[in-house]
Design a protein around this ligand. Structure first.
Ligand code: DHB
Length: 300
């Protein structure tokens, strides 16, 4: 078991936002597959159709997506939250987004009734004008939005960071100064693919966010830097698809790992990775996951 921001997780794996997180039923399915926690698809203040298709493509090194934050708004999603909350004890974290502090507060207050274990603030989606990384690259906005949500809710507030910045530590510190209980790193890396027969960009939005194995070294470095710079926990996400990847992310400083793209291989990934971590700890004579969190910082 691991406790992060006061929430007990039976193991240090979680479903990352954006994958299988649009309905109560799909979140319940993942909760039943051994995930320590589940994070919803990002929910906003108004219904949003998202970007035109194609909105997701597979590449040799991962996935490119530009969904465009499609969601039914918090008023409609509240019911999905209630479905998942009433069907499992696995902590459910509500990912939320907005264009400003008022939006974020409105969504957080609107979903507070369905008692998420925590809120994860999406200030990092790389391709939604006016949302996500538009906000998350500005330290003042990150700090003030975080502070506003922390004021408005009684549960922990996590802030998901974009790697599309020069210095992720500055953004992490802004979240921490705003009162964040944890940061989550990283969201996707801005990327693009072009069809050489037509010459057109493939994604409907032209560019999107890269996820999967290619981004893991970027995520490891961001987690490593944030662990040194901050006093709050860092939750690692980006390219984790094996228990070895999870151990590496934890040694960089992650208190837990979120898994997104690799879910497309198998929904058993959560229990596979959790038991792989356990066996590794036993093999090496560690007594708990805490023994390996940030271990790479002690080596020198
Ligand atoms: C979307 C949002 C994200 O935060 C992300 O990393 C990728 C896609 C989206 O809905 O478009």
């Amino acid at each position: 078991m691991v406790t992060i921001t006061g929430i007990d997780f039976k193991n240090p794996t979680m479903l990352a936002s954006g994958i299988m997180g649009t309905t109560g039923a799909s979140l319940l399915r993942i909760a039943g597959c051994g995930a320590g926690g589940v994070v919803t698809k990002s929910i906003g203040p108004e219904p949003k159709a998202g970007h035109p298709n194609p909105s997701m493509i597979e590449l040799e090194c991962g996935f490119l997506n530009a969904m465009g934050l499609p969601n039914p708004s918090y008023t409609e999603f509240d019911n999905e939250m209630k479905i998942v909350r009433s069907g499992t004890d696995v902590p459910v974290i509500a990912s939320i987004f907005g264009g400003n502090a008022e939006d974020f507060v409105k969504v957080a207050e609107g979903l507070a009734d369905s008692e998420p274990a925590a809120f994860e603030l999406n200030v990092s989606c790389p391709h939604a004008e006016g949302y996500g990384a538009t906000i998350g690259t500005d330290t003042c906005m990150v700090e003030s939005i975080t502070a506003a949500v922390c004021d408005a809710v009684d549960v922990p507030v996590w802030v998901k960071l974009t790697p599309n910045v020069t210095d992720i530590k500055a953004i992490g510190k802004a979240a921490q100064n705003g009162g964040a209980d944890a940061v989550v790193a990283i969201n996707t890396l801005r990327g693009m693919a072009i069809d050489i027969n037509s010459g057109y960009p493939i994604l409907g939005n032209r560019f999107g966010g890269l996820s999967g194995p290619a981004v893991k070294p970027v995520a490891i470095k961001c987690v490593y830097d944030l662990y040194e710079a901050l006093d709050i926990p860092v939750i690692g996400v980006g390219g984790v698809s094996t228990w070895e990847d999870a151990v590496e992310m934890m040694m960089a400083g992650a208190s837990a790992v979120q898994i997104g793209s690799a879910v497309h291989e198998s929904v058993d990934i959560f229990s596979d990775i959790a038991s792989g971590i356990d066996l590794f700890l036993q093999d090496k004579g560690y007594s708990a996951v805490e023994d390996i969190i940030g271990l790479s910082h002690e080596v020198f």
